[in-house]
Design a protein around this ligand. Structure first.
Ligand code: 7TS
Length: 411
């Protein structure tokens, strides 16, 4: 799948991301909030600039040259995304606004079409709010039941209990691939197989996995896979919904409007084919096109190189953070991505976040849009450092020193 043209060298890689050179509060930026959004390489920024300076036109409608060029560039991004995910058909790739938008699309369209009173949707205790609330809304509308699979104290799914919760009433299992708060990597392939045995479809929230690992939707046999490009070194405002062709074809549209129709009369409208059926209105053209630049950038490296580097960072950061007295890591699953959440006795996460920011270090604090998960651990929030492949061990040293200093000021 990957075309490897460049050997992974973190110092060289960092030069591709202009923002990493800037200072924050008089200190070199140490950006450790990649779980919220990742930084963009110059090639993505150039793609956006090029679109607005050279290509700007609406797509799928104009006969003029600019419109045709923009349409080709947009559709090329879709083709490349198909390859990136190893999907079978290009029309299985739907452009959305992001993960949240993709989940709402499926909840609304699949939910309206398939759910009836007494049916069940299964999620897990570690879901992001955007993989909880849309299901609550559609379950309430349809009289269906939302069930929640539990986790253990390490932050791993209790698989036996999860499998017991999948019944013949379960219409869909909606599950996060990698937890944004705990870093836990869930065995989604196995879960999908079990769900399919019982006739349930599966949506995978890939918001945190797409930036860190190879996603092969056919190998996983996922029915739906959603993520946001802004976490995959691409632009904001564009996301991907992969759905199996036969399922997407069977579903009603999410929104009505231009581009999603074949014919319209006041009596009856017929809908366009995939993928346009799910892409009403003028899409986010510039960002859709820049998605290709992000994939081109990422595909210079092998996933093994990225994974090895990130695992070194995870191991090093875990070891160093554990030397801080009173610090407790939340989420110690055996299979983890490069995300570390922690609490420190007697210190409020928010205060710590504000102080380390003064030292140039960007981390996230709070509940990370996983309030039920915070409740499960009996805490209000954590400090979270989430690493990308452009981060370094030196930056982890800066983080650890900043935390020590902040802690001494606060206690
Ligand atoms: N699902 C997961 C697992 C996420 O981590 C996020 C965003 C979303 C869904 C929603 O993605 P969006 O692009 O539609 O907003 N997570 C985070 C985070 O951890 N910090 O800020 C956003």
């Amino acid at each position: 799948m990957q075309t490897i043209t460049q050997k992974f060298n973190v110092e060289e890689v960092r030069k591709d991301f202009p923002i990493l050179q800037r200072e924050v509060n008089g200190k070199r930026l140490v950006y450790l909030d990649n779980g919220a959004t990742a930084q963009k390489p110059q090639s993505v920024i150039d793609s956006l600039n090029n679109y607005y300076t050279q290509e700007n036109a609406n797509i799928h409608r104009g006969v003029h040259t600019l419109s045709q060029e923009a349409t080709s560039a947009y559709e090329e991004a879709r083709v490349q995304m198909r390859e990136f995910l190893n999907a079978q058909h290009t029309e299985e790739i739907i452009f959305t606004k992001g993960t949240t938008d993709g989940i709402n699309l499926v909840a609304s369209s699949f939910g309206r079409f398939n759910l009836k009173e007494g049916d069940e949707i299964l999620i897990t205790a570690m879901e992001h709010h955007s993989n909880i609330v849309p299901w609550q809304m559609i379950c309430e509308e349809k009289g269906a039941k939302l069930k929640v699979a539990p986790i253990n104290d390490q932050g791993e799914l209790i698989l036996d209990e999860l499998y017991d919760l999948i019944t013949e009433r379960t219409k869909l299992v909606a599950i996060v691939h990698i937890s944004n708060t705990l870093g836990t990597v869930n065995p989604v392939k196995e879960i999908i197989a079990k769900a399919h045995e019982k006739g349930a479809k599966v949506l995978v929230d890939g918001a945190q996995s797409a930036p860190h690992m190879q996603v092969d939707v056919r190998d996983l046999d996922a029915d739906f896979y959603v993520f946001s490009m802004h976490k995959v070194f691409g632009p904001t405002g564009v996301g991907i919904l992969y759905g199996k062709k036969e399922i997407l074809e069977s579903l009603p549209p999410y929104q009505g409007g231009g581009d999603m129709i074949k014919t319209v009369t006041f009596e009856k409208t017929t809908y366009n084919e995939l993928p346009h059926k799910f892409e009403a209105g003028t899409p986010n053209i510039a960002d859709g096109i820049a998605t290709k630049a992000a994939l081109d950038y990422l595909q210079q490296f092998s996933w093994d190189e990225i994974h090895n580097h990130e695992m070194e960072l995870l191991e090093y950061a875990t070891k160093r953070l554990k030397t801080i007295e009173g610090l407790r890591i939340i989420g110690e699953a055996k299979e983890k991505a490069s995300v570390i959440s922690f609490v420190i006795d007697g210190v409020h996460a928010y205060d710590l976040g504000v102080l380390v920011d003064k030292m140039g270090v960007a981390v996230r604090t709070g509940h990370h849009c996983t309030q039920p998960l915070m409740e499960r651990f009996g805490i209000l929030g954590t400090v979270r450092a989430s690493f990308a492949f452009y981060n370094t061990k030196e930056e982890i040293d800066v983080l650890v020193n900043a935390i020590e200093r902040a802690k001494n000021m606060l206690i």
